[in-house]
Design a protein around this ligand. Structure first.
Ligand code: ADP
Ligand code: MG
Ligand code: ZN
Length: 477
C-alpha cells in the first residue's frame, strides 16, 4: 500500500460447544439468569479444585488435526495473573509454554491464488465473566455465568499482507470450527472473537514495524474496517515522522475509529506459572487416532468435491458449502433428482431468499429436499412453467405444502391444451400483421416475439415449448 507493506496476525477465541464448563460441572447454556450457573470452582473459592473436562481436549485435538498442527503429547496449564472484576480467581487458567497444538496452516484464497496462513499455536483456556456497565447507575454488574466456559485460542503467524486476507482467513477458520461442530461461530454473540494485530513497514523492508492490537470487532465487516483504519493511522504517523506506540486499541464501530485502550502489556507482566492444581495432560496415539476417526469432511475438501462431482462453478460451491447443513441439503436433493446445476440455482436464489426472509437456517426449513426436487420435477415434466414454479415455491415455503398439492388445489398447471393455445396464437398473429409478414419473408427471429406475446396473454401459464410449436405452425401454414 503506497510504499508500505502491511503485516497482520490474528488471535481468535472460539467458545466451545461443550455442555459443561472447562474445570467444573456448571452448565454453559447461555441466557440463564445472571450468576445462576456458578459454583465454588468457577467462582474461585479458596480450596475448590478444578477438574479438566475431557471434551475440551477432544475439541482442541479436532481443530489441531483439521489444520495440520502437531498435537502435544504432554501439555500443561498455566496461570495468567491479573486483576479485573470479571475474573473471580484473580488469574485465568490458560496455557503458556506448553500449548495443546503447534504449527499447521489454513489455506485462503487471495487474488494471487491459494495462500497458506501459518498457525503458531492453539491452546485451551477459560473465559472470564461479563461486566455490564449501566451508564445511569454509579456501579456496574458482573455476571459469572460465562466464567470458566471453555475457549480455544488460535494464534496465527503474522502472515497476512492485506485486510482481505485477514477476513478470508477468519472466514475459513470459522467455517472449519463450525464444520467440526465445536463452535457455533457467532461473532455478534461473541462465541467467536477476533483480536487483530497489525503493523506496517517500508515496502520490501525485512524488519517488522511496531504493531498495535485491535479489539472489539464483532463482525467480518468491522474486522476489515478497523484494520483499514488502523493501517492508515500507522502510515500517517510514520509519514509525519512519528513512532507507532505498541498498544491495545479499541474499535469504535459507530464512529469508525480506533481509540487507545491500554499500553501493550508484556507477557512477563502476567507472572505466568504452571497451574499447580492441575496435572499435565498426557495425550497418547490412541486418543489422537480416536479423534481423527470422527473428523468430518472439511470445507475445502467439500468444495473441491462439489466442483468435481457435480460440475459446479466455484461460486456455486462456495455458497452451497457455507454450512455443513446446507451442503447436506444440496446433496440430499441431488440424490433424489439428477439435476445438479438446476438444484444449485434454486438453492442459491429462492431457498436462500426464503431462509433470509424467515430468519431461519436450512435445518428449520419447511421445504424438504423431497419437496424441492418434487417441484423441479414438475417443471421438467412441463406441468408448470418456471415463473409459476417460483410462486408455487413461495407458497411451499410459507405453508409447508408440497408442489403437487399446491398445483392441484389451485387448479393451476400449464396450459398444454393445443386448441386453447391455437386460439390465443391465432389472435396474436392477426393483431400483428406487419410482424407476421416479416416473419414469413424470412425474419424467423421474430418467433420469440410471438411466443412472448402468447406467454403474456396467458399470464405466463402457457407451456412455452408447445406455444412455440403452435406459433411456428400457424405462421408457416
Ligand atoms: P501477545 O500474546 O502478546 O499478543 P504474540 O507474540 O502471541 O503476542 O502475538 C500475537 C499476534 O500478533 C500473533 O497473531 C502474531 O502473528 C501477531 N504479530 C506479531 N508481531 C506482529 C507484527 N509486527 N505485525 C503484525 N502482527 C504481529
Ligand atoms: Mg495478544
Ligand atoms: Zn462452576
Amino acid at each position: 500500500m503506497n510504499g508500505y507493506d502491511v503485516v497482520i496476525g490474528l488471535e481468535v477465541h472460539a467458545q466451545l460447544l461443550t455442555e459443561s464448563k472447562v474445570f467444573c460441572g456448571c452448565s454453559t447454556t447461555s441466557g440463564l439468569a445472571p450468576n445462576t450457573s456458578t459454583c465454588p470452582v468457577c467462582m474461585g473459592m479458596p480450596g475448590a479444585l478444578p477438574v479438566l473436562n475431557r471434551k475440551v481436549v477432544d475439541y482442541g485435538i479436532r481443530l489441531g488435526l483439521a489444520v495440520g498442527s502437531r498435537i502435544a503429547r504432554t501439555c500443561v496449564f498455566a496461570r495468567k495473573n491479573y486483576f479485573y472484576p470479571d475474573l473471580p480467581k484473580g488469574y485465568q487458567i490458560t496455557q503458556y509454554e506448553s500449548p495443546l497444538c503447534e504449527g499447521g496452516s489454513i489455506d485462503v484464497e487471495t487474488k494471487e491464488g491459494i495462500k497458506k496462513i501459518g498457525i503458531t499455536r492453539i491452546h485451551m483456556e477459560e473465559d472470564a465473566g461479563k461486566t455490564i456497565h449501566d451508564e445511569t447507575a454509579p456501579y456496574s454488574y458482573v455476571d459469572y455465568n460465562r466464567a470458566g466456559v471453555p475457549l480455544l485460542e488460535i494464534v496465527s503467524e503474522p502472515g497476512m499482507t492485506d485486510t482481505k486476507q485477514a477476513v478470508a482467513y477468519l472466514r475459513e477458520l470459522r467455517q472449519i470450527l463450525m464444520y467440526l461442530g465445536i463452535c457455533d461461530g457467532s461473532m455478534e454473540e461473541g462465541s467467536l472473537r477476533c483480536d487483530a494485530n497489525v503493523s506496517v513497514k517500508k515496502a520490501g523492508s525485512s524488519r517488522y514495524g511496531t504493531r498495535t492490537e485491535l479489539k472489539n470487532m464483532n463482525s467480518f465487516r468491522n474486522v476489515q474496517k478497523a484494520l483499514e483504519f488502523e493501517i492508515e493511522r500507522h502510515i500517517q504517523i510514520l509519514e509525519s515522522g512519528g513512532r507507532v506506540e505498541q498498544e491495545t486499541m479499541l474499535w469504535n464501530p459507530s464512529k469508525g475509529v480506533t481509540v487507545p485502550m491500554r499500553s501493550k502489556e508484556e507477557s512477563h507482566d502476567y507472572r505466568y506459572f504452571p497451574e499447580p492444581d492441575l496435572v499435565p495432560v498426557r495425550i497418547d496415539d490412541a486418543w489422537i487416532e480416536d479423534v481423527r476417526s470422527t473428523l468430518p469432511e472439511l470445507p475445502a475438501e467439500r468444495r473441491a468435491r462439489f466442483r468435481k462431482r457435480y460440475g459446479l462453478p466455484a461460486y456455486d460451491t462456495g455458497v452451497l458449502t457455507q454450512s455443513r447443513e446446507l451442503a447436506d441439503y444440496y446433496e440430499a436433493c441431488v440424490g433424489m433428482l439428477d439435476a445438479p446445476k438446476e438444484i444449485s440455482n434454486w438453492i442459491m436464489t429462492e431457498v436462500m431468499r426464503a431462509l433470509n426472509e424467515q430468519g431461519i437456517s436450512i435445518t428449520d426449513f419447511r421445504v424438504s429436499p423431497e419437496m424441492l426436487t418434487g417441484l423441479i420435477a414438475l417443471i421438467g415434466r412441463g406441468r408448470i412453467s418456471g415463473s409459476m414454479a417460483k410462486e408455487v415455491f413461495a407458497e411451499m415455503a410459507s405453508t409447508g405444502h408440497s408442489a403437487e398439492e399446491i398445483v392441484s388445489s389451485r387448479g393451476v398447471g400449464q396450459i398444454s391444451d393445443e386448441e386453447t393455445l391455437k386460439a390465443v396464437a391465432g389472435r396474436i398473429i392477426d393483431a400483428n400483421p406487419a410482424e407476421a409478414r416479416k416473419y414469413r419473408s424470412g425474419k424467423t427471429g421474430l418467433l420469440g416475439f410471438f411466443v412472448g406475446q402468447v406467454m403474456k396473454a396467458t399470464q405466463g401459464e402457457a407451456n412455452p415449448k408447445l406455444a412455440s410449436r403452435i406459433v411456428k405452425e400457424l405462421l408457416e401454414e
